[in-house]
Design a protein around this ligand. Structure first.
Ligand code: BGC
Length: 737
């Protein structure tokens, strides 16, 4: 055997010596270390070629280096599904017949699942679709903090809490990138309103920046390892976020060690010299408003195109920054489009549809359920009235750049009809008219929502139907039209639009089995909350919306989502509106500071309509025997917190156990408590499980802006374990020595 092998080896050596294969350039060798490939490619490139790869050549692509066989880079929105292809240089549809996708639930719904595995499944599924469509960069996920319920883009983000958003973004990023597709986490940073998004300038202290608005981005970059990040439209400290020395050079690249690419938001670049100096690496979408209009074929005039080249040729700037940008873009290309070790991906697979449905079910939040109104009991062959435009309206078209062309979208009405089948009767009445359009960049919702009857007639019809049905389920809320849940505009107020309050009051007056399902990515006011026995937060759930909702309403799935943001009673109960500023076109002062969301409500003792972390189940959970591994902790140490959770009801279900930390004695303002741990646990009826959560020293810290460091003051802390921020089941003292 040994002789045979030696002989084979000899022959192989001989063959190589006789006909040497041409040497493969290092940059083309997938087995060579990444940095060696980057340096090798860079050394072969001309200045013109370096300039070419740092700006767009079309709406969504950059050119690569054809001469060297380095391919183009293709981006796609993001973040809820893979956007259909538009024309090379226009926003209109390219007219492809193979670019319909699965729409996954909006990121608020994903955050509401409080399930890291759901986030991983989301990332895996959407990553596979991006890969199949041969996209290299997925423009998402978004993790801007929910500061005000008026922000038209909150539905694309992960809620008001930095810890929750940070925990939920990481698996998404990791799983997408396993497909050789980069995530582009957006919009870095402080893009907390859509009104005047190109000119607004948040003004806030460093502590607020580091404690509230940066952690989710930092986690996406450091723990998730995101290969790219998108600069925001707004200003920060006098410079646009897309070329902002502090945000990009100092924090992202120096403090966090980011080696990836900063991509501008579409139309977010405004100045060549700032873009050169201040950390922007790849320019997209200039001379457009990011959504609709713009000069055609302006690419050579991009800030990082000819104007940059001119400055170099005139000797006004050197090439050091250019090399850094080109290096980063090459790294991204090797990680994505030139990655020879990536799977093929898949589009609209059964597994993806199933993932969308399952994530949707897990994100739905049961806000209220008096008299066990839900689930709907089919054993009595009930008549079910379904009311409201949102029961039939397609929600995957509209809302801005996250708009999709779906292979299918199951409406709530269709989902319920199918699930009920012949075990009952489902009858529909429109109830109100909201937005009857449905078009985005040439994708047209395949439905006609025209309605000519008056509000009075519509309410009368709905009320008459409600009177003769056993259950009344109204699907209302917002939609994806301008000034609703939509990019580039903010909501006008917290109230429900289209006179829905009047419809809800009228229905509540004639039935005691009214279920209101709120379809939105934002909190809404509910002045009728006492008169409606069951309320469900139904989000925008994508392709499988109707199936996910039907499963929860009928009890085939037990609701297990919890709110990733607070529902205030009134807009003034939100800190950004009480003491802060919101919506302005210039400087916008974040006077509420670190007291965002539940931190504000708790500090000011303002009861919310529904608290952060709130969500009910069709079963009940008991908490017992809460323990901590040690009553004290030292700097740099950690403790483990444990609690037993028992499913004390008669249905299987899942509970999200939340761990909050409050500092009892502090020389600086600290929130009453802050989320620092959570676990989602599945329990059969009657089953108990011990839930463990680790609490490292960092969980006790605040950001000391003077020292530019995270630190904690010695003394007592209170750890609160609860089913929501306002339903604490056990507290444990902890001393920091
Ligand atoms: C949005 C981005 C999006 C980009 C490309 C911009 O208007 O702000 O989130 O990725 O357009 O469509």
């Amino acid at each position: 055997m040994k002789t045979k092998l030696t002989l084979v080896a000899l022959l192989a050596t001989f063959a190589v010596a006789c006909s040497p294969r041409p040497e493969v350039a290092t940059y083309l060798n997938p087995n060579a270390p990444l940095e060696e490939r980057v340096e090798d490619a860079l050394a072969r490139m001309t200045v013109e070629e370096k300039i070419a790869i740092i700006h767009a050549q079309s709406k969504f692509s950059s050119p690569g280096v054809k001469r060297l066989g380095i391919p183009e880079l293709w981006c796609t929105d993001g973040p809820h599904g893979i956007r259909p292809d538009v024309l090379w240089d226009e926003w209109e549809q390219a007219g492809c017949t193979n670019d319909s996708c699965v729409a996954y639930p909006a990121l608020t719904a994903l955050a509401a699942s409080w399930n890291r595995e759901a986030s991983a499944l989301y990332g895996k599924s959407i990553g596979e679709e991006a890969r199949y469509r041969e996209k290299d960069v997925l423009l998402g996920p978004g993790v801007n903090i929910y500061r005000s319920p008026l922000n038209g883009r909150n539905f694309e983000y992960m809620g008001e809490d930095p810890y929750l958003a940070a925990q939920m973004v990481v698996p998404y990023v990791q799983e997408v990138q396993k497909n050789g597709v980069a995530t582009c986490v957006k919009h870095y940073a402080l893009n907390n309103q859509e009104a005047h998004r190109h000119t607004t300038e948040p003004v806030l202290d460093d502590r607020t920046l580091y404690e509230i608005y940066l952690p989710a981005f930092k986690a996406a970059v450091q723990e998730g390892g995101s290969w790219s990040i998108m600069g925001a439209y707004n200003y920060f400290e006098g410079e646009h976020a897309c070329h902002n020395d502090r945000l990009l050079n100092k924090i992202l690249k120096e403090e966090w060690g980011f080696d990836g690419v900063v991509i501008s938001d579409w139309g977010g670049t405004h100045d060549t010299e700032e873009a050169i100096r201040n950390g922007l690496d790849l320019e997209f979408g200039s001379w457009t408003d990011g959504l609709a209009n713009g000069s055609s074929n302006a690419y050579d005039n991009y800030y990082l195109a000819q104007p940059y080249l001119n400055l170099i040729r005139e000797g006004k700037v050197g090439t050091e920054e250019l090399d850094d940008k080109a290096r980063r873009v090459l790294r991204l290309i090797f990680r994505t489009s030139m990655n020879t070790d990536k799977p093929f991906g898949s589009l609209v697979s059964e597994a993806h549809i199933e993932a969308a449905r399952k994530i949707g079910e897990e994100g739905i939040v049961l806000l209220k359920n008096d008299n066990k109104t839900l689930p709907i009991d089919l054993s009595t062959k009930p008549r079910i009235a379904v009311i409201g435009e949102n029961a039939i309206k397609m929600m995957t078209v509209g809302g801005g750049s996250s708009s999709l062309k779906v292979a299918k979208e199951v409406s709530p009405l269709d989902g319920l009809r199918k699930a009920v089948g012949d075990q009952g009767e489902v009858i529909y009445a429109r109830g109100y008219v909201g937005d009857v359009t449905g078009e985005y960049n040439g994708v047209v919702a395949a439905q006609d929502l025209t309605e000519n009857r008056s509000e009075k007639e519509l309410i009368a019809e709905a009320v008459a139907l409600a009177k003769e049905c056993d259950w009344v389920v109204m699907f209302g809320g917002l939609n994806k039209a301008s000034h609703q849940d939509c990019e580039d505009s903010d909501r006008y107020g917290l109230e429900l639009p289209y006179a829905q309050d009047r419809l809800i009051e009228a229905l509540a007056a004639v039935t005691d089995r009214l279920v209101y399902v709120n379809i939105s990515g934002n909190a809404v006011a509910m002045p009728w909350v006492e008169r409606v026995p069951a309320i469900v937060q139904g989000w925008f759930l994508g392709s499988e919306a109707g199936n996910s909702l039907a499963n929860v309403l009928l009890g085939n799935a037990n609701p297990s989502g919890k709110l990733p943001f607070t529902f205030p009673v009134r807009l003034e109960d939100n800190g950004a509106h009480a003491v802060g500023e919101y919506g302005g076109s210039g400087k916008v002062h974040y006077n509420e500071g670190i007291l965002v969301g539940y931190r504000w409500h708790e500090a000011k003792e303002i009861a919310p309509l529904f608290a952060f972390g709130h969500g009910l189940s069709y079963t009940t959970f008991e908490y017992s025997d809460a323990r901590i591994s040690s009553k004290s902790m030292k700097e740099g140490g950690k403790v483990t917190v444990e609690v037993t959770v028992t499913n004390s009801g008669d249905r299987d279900g899942a509970e999200i156990v939340q761990l909050y930390v409050g500092d009892d004695e502090s020389s600086v303002v600290r929130p009453v408590k802050e989320l620092k741990g959570f676990e989602k646990v599945w329990l059969k009826s009657g089953e108990s499980k011990r839930v463990r959560m680790e609490l490292p020293y960092e969980s006790l810290c605040f950001f000391d802006a003077d020292q530019h460091a995270w630190r904690a003051e010695k003394g007592m802390f209170t750890l609160s374990i609860g089913a929501s921020s306002d339903d604490i089941r056990a507290t444990l003292p902890l001393r920091l020595k």
